[in-house]
Design a protein around this ligand. Structure first.
Ligand SMILES: Nc1ncnc2c1ncn2[C@@H]1O[C@H](COP(=O)(O)OP(=O)(O)OP(=O)(O)O)[C@@H](O)[C@H]1O
Ligand SMILES: [Mg+2]
Length: 410
């Protein structure tokens, strides 16, 4: 087959562009790697008052227990002002000492695997996910065990929760079966170790990497050559193969996705127990969202035919909502009248604190008010807002756990 001259010059142009892109990518990867330096990222510390609030006791109780030496073995550091600066890990250990029980799911309660997806790029998937995860983990003493799976090879949510490893195993490595097991090593060991500890004690992340892009091409090739139901099903259940061995290690798994209905997304759907769809309330975005929903139904049909058991909930979450903006308010009204109770009661509001934190890959719960680039007022407001969203999400989650249903009066 011959290629005409114009096609040849287009090809040359693309090759030159690819070289520039590769150099630029290399630069970005190095920048990204710099963020992965473990000692760079630390969760904020808490004052005694904040620790007491989390633990549900008062300052005096903590002071007395300090005086009795009950916390001595925790070696709690003091800040420059001479006061205790508690880490969240300290506070969790203190909870154990004080007999404040963790409030996690029981083994009979179903692991919640919540996928965050929309076909609309930039609608707030990653921002919502990382801040929701941080709020669930740091604003209560329940000690939820949270897993984050970054199914977007762009790696945005991995950057907010950098793994303590410069070359971590990625979710794509596991799904593509790139890992050779050592002697005496099981698949379950490999997967367990691939979920890396993060700067937040009870959040572990399974990161993505640039090579995860290959998953799409490889899967398309494999599926083209396979015609049997079993093989098709296999390629849609690769993420489940990753989640099953670590099921008992988590209460909630949050999955971030690319703005795409690709094979990774099909896998996320197969593994999911619930779905969260961010909606940015701009006219163009809302229209795109409606088109996406039409496609989602068709895709879900495939997934259901391959054996998916149905969602416990599917909710829309209005994101990046500018209060006082009339056109956004009208769109939110439309969203609510169209989807009713499937829309979360609170939107995630646009916030300068979120903008400021995100620019350094921080959630709004990572930093103390004094360390944040945003004003104290904006940070506190935004934290309250995310907590309201998370309270509702927690209700939805816990209503699916048999052990907590009765306490919710259901
Ligand atoms: N509530 C908010 N307040 C301020 N900025 C926000 C808010 N939500 C999202 N943003 C900003 O909007 C941009 C897009 O958000 P984000 O990266 O979360 O979208 P996304 O849906 O994950 O994008 P992609 O489709 O590329 O993965 C980011 O710059 C983010 O900081
Ligand atoms: Mg994203």
């Amino acid at each position: 087959m011959s290629i005409n001259n114009k096609a040849l010059s287009t090809y040359r142009l693309l090759k030159a562009t690819a070289e520039v892109a590769e150099q630029s990518l290399e630069g970005r990867i190095q920048h990204y790697r710099a963020h992965l330096k473990t000692d760079e990222k630390e969760l904020r510390t808490y004052t005694q008052k904040a620790a007491a609030d989390l633990l549900g006791c008062n300052n005096r109780t903590l002071k007395r227990r300090h005086d009795q030496g009950d916390f001595d073995h925790l070696h709690i550091q003091k800040g420059a002002n001479g006061h205790y600066a508690y880490t969240l890990a300290n506070i969790f250990s203190m909870a154990d000492i004080l007999g404040v029980a963790a409030d996690q799911r029981k083994s009979t309660d179903k692991l919640q695997v919540i996928v965050i997806n929309s076909l609309k790029g930039g609608c707030g998937k990653t921002t919502s996910l990382v801040n929701i995860a941080a709020a669930l983990a740091t604003t209560n003493i329940k000690r939820y065990r949270i897993g984050i799976i970054d199914l977007d090879p762009q790696g945005s949510s991995s950057s907010f929760f950098p793994a303590n490893d410069p070359e971590p195993i990625t979710v794509g490595d596991l799904m593509r079966d790139c890992i050779e097991l050592d002697q005496d090593e099981s698949w379950s060991d490999v997967v367990t170790n691939a979920f890396k500890e993060t700067h937040i004690p009870n959040i572990r992340v399974l990161p993505s990497g640039m090579d995860d892009f290959y998953f799409e091409h490889e899967t398309a090739t494999e599926l083209k050559e396979s015609s049997s139901y079993d093989q098709t099903r296999h390629y849609h259940k690769l993420l489940e193969r990753v989640i099953t061995p670590v099921e008992s290690q988590f209460d909630i798994i949050l999955i971030d996705t690319a703005p795409s209905l690709n094979f990774m997304f099909y896998n996320a759907l197969m593994a999911s127990t619930a779905m969260l769809i961010p909606v940015h309330p701009e006219a163009v975005d809302f229209d795109a969202n409606n088109k996406y929903l039409k496609r989602l139904g068709e895709i879900y049909h495939t997934v259901a035919a391959l054996g998916h058991e149905g969602w416990d909930f599917m909710q829309f979450l209005v994101t990046n909502y500018v209060k006082g903006n009339h056109s956004q308010r009208d769109i939110v009204k439309d969203v609510r009248s169209a989807f009713g109770r499937q829309v979360m009661s609170y939107p995630i509001n646009h916030s300068s604190a979120i903008t400021a934190s995100s620019s350094s890959f921080n959630t709004i719960f990572d930093q103390k008010t004094s360390d944040s680039l945003a004003s104290r007022e904006s940070l506190v407001k935004s934290q309250e807002n995310i907590k309201d969203v998370v309270d509702e999400l927690e209700m939805l989650i816990r209503s699916n756990w048999l052990s907590t249903q009765s306490s919710l009066g259901q």
